[in-house]
Design a protein around this ligand. Structure first.
Ligand code: ADP
Length: 486
């Protein structure tokens, strides 16, 4: 199949979260399966220069509503997928700045224009290259105009034969703008209606994309169920119930070339489930890194996340004093985001030297060391479409403690005390209390039932979360979308 991905992030070039990982890994896997995969994405100021990148087209004329813009298009491969093509859109005004969605002072005021440009440029690039995909795969609101272009302005030409698949990575972000800004898309004005791009008088990009896509996916089966409810639907649950027959959850995978303790070059010592000495050594190095007490008998509970409401780490901050007073454990936190929460964790580390290690910032290498050196990984998310860190943790023998929501339910198997089965610890209630008890349960398992702890670790490390399975499912979704399109 000829597959066009339109994505605001593509790892390893650009990444804010799981979307970037998924766009990069899925494209790579599909390409290795023999599909002709091409990815369109912005060339942000923060994308590292590369000797392999070459100019593919200059200028690309992009036809926005009532005006034109020009881009230089660069071409490069996804590392590990020699047949893939990533087309970077260079446009100084829109993408020259380093940040993807938000600058240091909040959201970019021109996001509507920036990402309208990205979707429209993807269409115009296909025409310029005379390359017409069978499927266009869009990711979240930033590329949600594309399915509507295929259904309207492009419907009569070769490009309009393509089916579209819209993946919801996080329903909370919908791309809501003033109704006047819809004109910039160049789409027919009558698409601005309740059964389309209009919501509460505003222009809602994601909503229109969900109406127009041939098929809709989201990143885990459980999140696909949840978003049809008012609790998780972020106002779009009615629409998602209406399109329920076209909506399917496909679990994200992990890139096992990057996240594999047997080959991970970022670790001071590698290990496998048959040879765990390296994990013990990584724990030592992690304790040294954060100036923690060098004691291998104390369990380390770690968290790596964007520090926002979604991730529930404010609950960890609420209970941290109690945990440190009543349990023998160490805490390690890596993250950035909400400055009040950042400060709470900084303070915690200052008050508890030797027991708490905190790094505020984004640090890929440190995240690998933490996954390897910790014993437990905390994801008390309020909601979690899929989540990747719990899968990295299991692969690294670090038992996840997660709230029973979204993809966490699909990936972590509850510990059964009577049989020693399971891969981690799940708790239901969205509260600091529930997190406290889950940590207590895990901690007592570590000290009082060491055989169970060891078998949970073995179970977790033997699970297969590679992209192969997910990519095969996307292949089916694409076929399904194409037959619907026909
Ligand atoms: P989300 O996409 O909601 O942020 P995921 O768990 O799906 O959550 O993916 C988060 C990704 O970002 C993971 O690869 C995680 O390791 C990484 N990450 C998040 N914060 C940091 C950080 N401060 N330093 C390094 N990696 C981080």
């Amino acid at each position: 199949m000829k597959i066009l991905m339109i994505s605001p992030e593509v790892a390893p070039f650009s990444k804010v979260g799981g979307l970037g990982d998924m766009a990069g890994s899925l494209s790579k896997e599909l390409s290795l399966m023999g599909h002709d995969v091409r990815v369109v994405t912005p060339l942000y100021g923060s994308v590292k220069p590369s000797a392999q990148r070459r100019v593919a087209l200059e200028p690309l004329i992009v036809h926005l509503g009532g005006f034109e813009q020009y881009a230089r298009v660069w071409e490069e491969r996804i590392p590990g997928a020699p047949e893939s093509k990533v087309y970077f859109l260079e446009h100084e005004k829109y993408f020259g700045r380093p940040e993807i969605y938000e600058g240091p002072w909040g959201g970019h005021g021109d996001n509507c224009e920036r990402f309208t440009f990205m979707s429209r440029a993807a269409m115009d690039l296909c025409h310029a290259l005379l390359w017409y995909p069978d499927v266009v795969h869009c990711h979240d609101w930033t590329s949600a105009l594309a399915p509507a272009y295929l259904n309207t302005t492009e419907r009569g030409n070769d490009l309009g034969q393509a089916a579209s698949v819209m993946t919801i990575h996080n329903l909370q972000h919908q791309g809501i703008f003033s109704k006047e800004s819809f004109a910039m898309s160049g789409l027919p004005a009558d698409l601005f209606k309740a059964d389309g791009f209009e919501a509460l008088g505003n222009f809602n990009m994601l909503k229109g994309g969900l109406y127009h896509a041939s098929k809709i996916t989201t990143v885990s089966p459980n999140y696909a169920r949840e978003i049809k409810s008012s609790e998780y639907g972020c106002g779009l649950d009615g629409l998602l119930r209406f399109r329920a027959g076209d909506l399917v959850g496909v679990l994200n995978g992990i890139d096992t070339q990057v996240w594999n303790p047997q080959t991970d070059s970022l670790l001071p010592m590698r290990y496998s489930r048959f040879e765990l000495d390296g994990k013990g050594y990584c724990k030592e190095i992690l304790q040294t890194h954060f100036d923690l007490d060098r004691d291998h008998t104390v369990p380390i509970f770690a968290a790596i996340a964007r520090l926002y409401d979604q991730k529930g780490l404010d609950w960890l901050a609420d209970i941290a004093e109690g945990l440190l007073k009543n349990m023998r454990l160490q805490l390690v936190i890596l993250g950035a985001g909400d400055s009040a929460l950042e400060n709470r964790f900084r303070e915690l580390a200052a008050y508890h030297p030797g027991k708490v290690g905190v790094h505020i910032g984004y640090d890929e290498a440190l995240s690998h060391l933490i996954e390897a050196g910790a014993d437990f990984f905390l994801m008390p998310s309020r909601f979690e479409p899929c989540g990747l860190n719990q899968m990295y943790s299991m692969a690294y023998g670090t038992l996840p403690i997660v709230r029973a929501t979204g993809g966490l339910v699909d990936t972590v198997e509850q510990y059964q005390e009577n049989t020693g089965q399971g891969t981690g610890f799940l708790f239901q209630e969205p509260s600091a209390h529930a997190l406290y008890y889950a940590i207590g349960w895990a901690n007592s398992t570590y000290y009082d039932r060491p055989e169970d702890f060891a078998s949970l670790r073995q179970n977790a490390m033997s699970r297969d979360f590679s992209w192969k399975r997910s990519a095969a499912q996307y292949e089916q979704v694409y076929q399904w979308a194409r037959s619907a399109r026909r």
